[in-house]
Design a protein around this ligand. Structure first.
Ligand code: C5P
Length: 393
């Protein structure tokens, strides 16, 4: 999503950095439009580094590209944090005195503002009337929270916390998203099968691709359950994670979550076998000698079982990570796999010591049950995630 973060001149502007960062980490492209006053509170280089884009301030920059309206026209969502009393008055009056005012007037995107000011200013009749005016026009407000203000005083006026602003903003954008109302279960990470209290058999899946799918689905309005198996990275705060360890735990969690899901996306790398028994104490080489033999038993194939028992209309998507690098041979493996598993779509990617797992990029081919290719994507894991969701739609 293209998100414009407007920042106006209040001390809470330093917290806007957290808002920008959370959007970027969730895979969104962020354009910061800051007023001159905002830049007295937080540095342009900070915002540029965090947003990974130039910060826009001046109405007279980029005139040739008609920037005063272009930023607003391209926005899918506008969030203003903090929104000062002065900015709220400007919004209520429909003024276009600065770049942020122009951006907002030129946009049809949903708008969320996070007011921040002293209690007296928030409760002043002028601000109260202005808030009524802008909410009447469909602008959404989060906060202000009640708490410690800049000085010794406390009360209503504190800007809402960045995570709450981001969650509210994504929920707002999601309401009009193309997956609004859909319930999607995503699994991510890799299962681990314990050998003894300190050792396990596992794989190198970090969970990044599954988290990217979950986040992209949240941004597009879906209600997402993310089941994470030993995630090596944190999922952004907008999605709740159900943590599991082993394949059997994952199977149980998926069965429960899938019961009322429209879609299940099995991005987790699942151990096909587990030790027949788990040693109650650490296995010692002194007692094992030169060779340690492990007996492994087969785990359930969650994707296969799910595909067999799926409800009419439910869509099941599997992943196939293969070390085969030749695209034609990979496709042959993929076609055989989707036939065996019985799922509706299979996302094929090539993995190896340096590709696929734990990296930030990915390259996939998506096939459907007939074996036909229905999508391809190369790029960030968010790009790949959105392509999968496009196919799903
Ligand atoms: O057979 P393979 O492990 O290559 O299949 C990968 C796909 O099957 C992934 O979607 C993975 O989540 C799923 N899988 C599963 N249960 C297993 C093994 C794999 O659900 N025991």
């Amino acid at each position: 999503m293209n998100i414009v973060v407007g920042i106006t001149g209040g001390i809470a502007a330093y917290k806007a950095v957290g808002v920008v960062r959370a959007f970027v980490l969730a895979g969104h492209s962020v354009q910061v439009v800051a007023t001159d006053a905002a830049l007295r509170f937080v540095g342009k280089p900070t915002l540029e580094a965090i947003s990974r884009n130039p910060v826009h301030t001046d109405l007279y920059d980029g005139v040739a590209e008609v920037r005063h309206v272009a930023i607003g026209q391209a926005a899918d969502l506008i969030v203003v944090a903090p929104a000062t009393a002065n900015f709220i008055a400007q919004l209520a009056g429909g003024f276009a005195a600065d770049l942020l005012g122009n951006t907002i007037l030129a946009s049809t995107a949903p708008i969320l503002i996070a007011p921040a000011m002293h209690t007296e200013m928030w409760q002043n009749a002028a601000t109260v009337a202005n808030i009524q005016t802008i909410t009447g026009r469909g602008i959404h407000i989060i906060g202000p929270a009640v708490g410690q203000l800049t000085g010794k005083d406390s009360g209503p006026g504190r800007m809402s916390e960045p995570d709450d602003i981001v969650a509210a903003a994504l929920a707002l954008a999601g309401r009009s998203g193309d997956l609004a109302g859909k319930r999607i279960v995503v699994t991510a990470g890799g299962t681990r099968e314990p050998l003894d209290p300190v050792r396990f058999i596992g794989n190198r899946s970090s969970g990044k691709q599954g988290i990217a799918v979950a986040m992209a689905a949240v941004s597009r309005g879906a209600e997402v359950t993310l089941i994470g198996a030993n995630l090596e990275v944190d999922a952004p705060g907008q999605v709740a994670v159900l943590h599991v360890g082993t394949t059997l735990e994952l199977a149980e969690a998926v069965a429960l979550a899938a019961a009322d899901a429209d879609v299940v996306i099995m991005a987790a790398a699942v151990a096909d076998y587990r030790p027949e028994s788990v040693a109650p104490a650490k296995i010692k080489k002194e007692t094992q000698g030169d060779i340690l033999q492990l007996t492994l038993v087969k785990n359930p194939d969650i994707l296969h079982d799910l595909s067999l028992s799926k409800r009419a209309g439910q869509i099941i998507i599997g992943f196939a990570a293969e070390t085969e690098t030749d695209p034609a041979a990979l496709l042959v493996l993929g076609r055989a796999k989707i036939a065996r598993k019985g799922c509706d779509y299979l996302v094929l990617n090539s993995v190896g010591w340096t590709t696929g797992f734990a990296t930030d990029g990915n390259a996939v081919t998506i096939i459907r049950a007939s074996g036909d290719i229905v999508g391809e994507a190369t790029g960030s894991k968010t790009t790949v995630a959105n392509r999968i969701l496009d196919v799903l739609l």
